[in-house]
Ligand binder design. Structure first.
Ligand code: BOM
Length: 141
């Protein structure tokens, strides 16, 4: 559900500023994390992959091999309003994308590929939020 995803994105996106330095993700590439879901934003930069790893680590969402931690991701998403309807779906989508890029050894490069795949699949399944939906809930976090 796109509404739930807007909450998850608004909350997760708050960690971006803490991760800018170590990831090297400039504001020129990505001004705010909500733009991840924008039609014109291309999920291609290695630095975005590094930022997503850093951000995910703030919430313990990854395992030591930088793949998704299924239990922790499920619990994280369940904490948002109606999160239980999205939690397992999100884990399944991400895991399916991970399987497609398992051969990429560079972690940041692999994670940005997984994220791009996740964006495409989330749009296909109608659970991708509009940027305006994220803006509407950002003040809650
Ligand atoms: O194998 C690497 C797993 C990394 C998961 C990347 C998932 C997509 C991240 C970008 C989108 C985020 C939107 C909402 C919050 C997700 C926790």
């Amino acid at each position: 559900d796109a509404e739930v995803m807007s909450h998850v994105t608004a909350h997760f996106g708050k960690a971006l500023e803490e991760c800018r330095q170590e990831s090297g993700l400039s504001t020129e590439i990505m001004e705010e994390f909500k733009h991840f879901w924008s039609e014109d934003f291309e999920v291609v930069h290695r630095e975005l992959g590094c930022a997503i790893i850093c951000m995910s680590n703030k919430f313990s969402l990854l395992q030591d091999d930088t793949r998704i931690h299924h239990v922790n991701m499920n619990d994280y998403v369940k904490n948002f309003p109606n999160g239980e309807i999205l939690a397992q779906k999100m884990v399944d989508l991400i895991h399916n994308c991970e399987k497609q890029y398992d051969d990429i050894t560079d972690e940041c490069s692999r994670v940005v590929k997984v994220a791009a795949c996740f964006k495409v699949d989330a749009k296909r399944d109608g659970i991708a939020p509009e940027v305006t939906m994220i803006e509407a809930v950002m003040e809650k976090y």
